[in-house]
Design a protein around this ligand. Sequence first.
Ligand code: CTP
Length: 400
Amino acid sequence: MSDLTNKRIVLGVSGSIAAYKSPEIVRRLQDLGAEVRVIVTNGGREFVSERSLQTISKNKVHDNLWDKEAELAMGHIELAKWADVIIIAPASANTIAKLCHGRADDLLTTVILATEAKIMIAPAMNQQMFAASAMKDNLELLQKRGMDIIKPGFGEQACGDVGEGRLADPLDIAKQAADLFTSSLLSGKNILITLGGTKESIDPVRFISNHSSGKMGMALAHACIQAGAKTTLIVGSISVDIEKRAEIIHVVSAEDMYKAVMKKINSQDLFISCAAVADFKPKKMSKNKIKKNDSPMTIELIENKDILATVSQLEKKPICIGFAAETENHIENARIKLKKKKCDAIILNDVSKSEIGLNSNDNEVHFITKNKSEIIEKNTKQIIAEKIINKLANYFFKSS
Ligand code: CTP
């Protein structure tokens, strides 16, 4: 199933009559979960209203390299870095020719030069223009440089001609973009992920919990599914959308999570313990709501079972991956956890920095095994998750 959840896409709209279809391309990309920003060229503006693109994309349309205000809000370099994919649809003959020459005389061509993102080109033009040998050579050159060409359709054109050159179907464009993110790296593997925080009841209305949002765990779930794995999620308290392609089991307390994991663990190849499991719970949950009185209140806590440590000591255990949220002596503490919990790798999070970890959209982690420690540098949680899953696949499943 195609999916672009958490993916950031820049749609470049250039001067072709097919630009009138660009709002629908935005919609189809959004349907698959992408966030879309639009760059429209002077030619593109002749065929589609900026207001439509702005309303549908829910973002200001970018159209001018020299607009000081726009550059302050999100400059062209920032936009180039923001994108996971840039799709030029429709790509006019002129824009394609400019790309071949590495021109940077408008916002779109400048962003293309400045990006490391994957670039997809969906040509749309008159059939005679599309058949011209200059166009063939140009597209071949762009393909050689690593850009993907989305084949145009065949049929009746706006000018009355019949032939090849119609913009590809917006849904096909969106699906081809989603295909960039799928692989068979983990196909045939069963993966169990715990995520979110647990809630430990004090009385019927109060509980002890933590700030976990479940964002990192859900990003890992997307990445596992995109890599072809059958993915099961044991979900505590979260504040993100659920990955609908996974099997979902909702739990509340650490005890519930433990039981749900133990029920599923036998059939798993990989266990990723991403949940922020409460280490302690109240010794007794009061049946009735606790009332205030004059004496100081004390809650006696007892330890919860350690789910990760239990799973990694099973006789028939899957590959076990833990997370370590640390504020000091990061690598040292993570190594101690790796050894103590007997897991195969630990993903270390520095939770002392507010711009990464816990509730933020970004993260930076260390991937720690018995012999190695590698940094995965700051990026969106989705990209970090994909890098973690690639590493796991290479470390633990490459030869199988
Ligand atoms: N974990 C678990 N069950 C618990 C506590 C933690 O499965 N009862 C898992 C977490 O999902 C995580 C790893 O263990 O993958 C590390 O959790 P963390 O809370 O950081 O470490 P602790 O062992 O609790 O140590 P400390 O709180 O002292 O840092």
